[in-house]
Design a protein around this ligand. Structure first.
Ligand code: NAP
Ligand code: MG
Length: 454
């Protein structure tokens, strides 16, 4: 069985990939399981060297990986280059880990006590279509560094860059069975990662709905699981903020990657006293977003991922949805949807309460700091958010008040490979990236050694 891969900007077929069966998935897991003892036994400095060589191979392939992502996912070429560079950087960052997987020596009576950070075994990584390269790397790089072997399932819609990354790993000298990319359906390959007893950990990024099923399935074997799920993030703009900068950057905080970003700031909350002024500044900023052929340098937003997803996003902007203004989008083939600003709208409209995952943003007014925090937290999600104010005390108070894992003050940045990333509430479980991600790919072993007193 095979699956056709479609270019979302043109609707043309760009490739055909195998659709892995359950039996083939089992065989891949068996190979990963068999490869584990020798991979964990590779000397720390050698494992580090292999990961650095993998990073160098990715670095040498950035343009090809980026072009592949443009064709497969409709990402802008600028973003796609950043994404390929992010895989290199994450590999580089975690290449330092094998030699730094420290345990502890804990003072006890009657001997010495040591802890070891032991790898888990085979790790299954399930990747969504919105950021095929970075999300893959956040899983496989620390997993491999900690001494696990990896089976990775890309999203059915976007397998091409993950398959290329597996080739680059082999070119770098990482044994074939240590890192395998197996394209196929979530309900087949992904599900098998959950049910197969030799997969000891599942790393899942995707919808909250599927994430809950994965968590429930993993409970059966007390399988370790990391979940990165949806978001419905607030961009909170106070009256004392640099309004020009807040308005100029707000479109990119939600329309980047055509809004298909779990960190998209899809609810802009603006203090009532500056609401009209902010909207007047936002309108030209939105019409200035360059939506065009994603392969062209300078394009700022491309198409949505698929016809189905376009229909889903479109369903949020119907007769009941008050549109304040919109940006542009090309006509013709491709799954295009223009940047869309919804206002005035109540907090209970589904365009506000749901994760739209498209280039749609709702703007709502608030009265004071307490009202802003209440509105920002009026969601089951808790992934990211931004706070715009010149008052540092308020910035800290609101940052502490918003129940989300990744907040930024006077900026919209959520992701740095050296800092932890993950969600509160139904946005996820566990953290990726940063210095502590290795904890999610190891179990602590405690060893006591008795020493007899003379
Ligand atoms: P999804 O169904 O959760 O898919 C994510 C990944 O999980 C894909 O690789 C998918 O495989 C796989 N999968 C699906 N069902 C599975 C199962 N039963 N067991 C194991 N793996 C399974 O997400 P989606 O359908 O792509 O998108 C739906 C919505 O989820 C979006 O509109 C958005 O709201 C949200 N989403 C959030 C993120 C995020 O970064 N947090 C990312 C993507 C989507 P297939 O490729 O075969 O489907
Ligand atoms: Mg799905």
């Amino acid at each position: 069985m095979t699956t056709q891969v479609i270019n979302p900007a043109t609707e043309e077929v760009v490739g055909t990939v195998p659709s892995t069966s359950v039996a083939e998935t089992d065989a891949a897991i068996a190979r990963a399981h068999a490869a584990w003892p020798s991979w964990r036994a590779v000397a720390p400095a050698d494992r580090a060297r292999l990961l650095r060589r993998f990073a160098e191979a990715v670095d040498g392939d950035i343009e090809r990986l980026a072009r592949l992502e443009v064709a497969n996912s409709g990402h802008t070429i600028g973003n796609a280059r950043w994404e390929a560079g992010n895989v290199r950087d994450v590999l580089q960052y975690y290449s330092a880990a094998p030699e730094r997987l420290f345990g502890k020596q804990i003072p006890v009576a009657g001997g010495i006590n040591l802890t070891f950070a032991e790898p888990l075994g085979v790790v299954g990584v399930i990747v969504p279509w919105n950021f095929p390269m970075p999300i893959a790397g956040w899983g496989f790089a620390p997993a491999l560094a900690a001494g696990n072997t990896v089976v990775l399932k890309p999203a059915e819609l976007t397998p091409l860059t993950a398959l290329r990354l597996a080739e680059l790993a082999r070119e770098a000298g990482i044994p074939e069975d240590v890192f395998q990319v197996i394209p196929g359906k979530g309900s087949v390959v992904g599900e098998r990662f959950v049910t197969h007893p030799d997969v000891r950990k599942v790393v899942f990024t995707g919808s909250t709905e599927v994430g809950k099923r994965i968590m429930a399935g993993c409970a059966d074997q007390v399988k370790r699981v990391t979940l990165e799920l949806g978001g419905n993030n607030a961009n909170v703009v106070f009256a004392d903020a640099d309004l020009e900068r807040a308005a100029a950057t707000a479109p990119y905080a939600v329309f980047d990657n055509a809004g298909q970003d779990c960190c998209a700031r899809s609810r802009i909350l603006v203090q009532r006293s500056v609401y009209d002024k902010f909207m007047a500044l936002l309108e030209p900023a939105v019409s200035g977003v360059l939506v065009d052929d994603p392969g062209k340098d300078g394009t700022e937003m491309g198409p949505l991922i698929s016809g189905d997803h376009l229909e889903k996003v479109r369903s949020y902007v119907d007769e009941s949805t008050p549109v304040a203004f919109r940006g542009n989008a090309p006509g013709g083939p491709g799954f295009w949807f223009p940047p869309t600003v919804v206002a005035p709208v109540g907090p209970d409209h589904r365009v506000v309460t749901d994760e739209v995952f498209g280039p749609v943003v709702a703007v709502l007014p608030f009265d004071d700091e307490a009202d802003a925090v209440r509105l920002a937290n009026d969601t089951e999600y808790g992934l990211s958010g931004s706070i715009w104010t010149r008052d540092i005390e308020r910035a800290i108070r609101v940052s502490r008040g918003v129940a989300a894992g990744n907040l930024s003050v006077n900026s919209h940045s959520s992701v740095r490979y050296s800092t932890p990333f993950g969600g509160f509430k139904q946005s996820g479980l566990g953290r990726e990236l940063g210095p502590d991600a290795l904890d999610a790919f190891t179990d602590t072993k405690n060893v006591f050694v008795a020493i007899e007193e003379l």
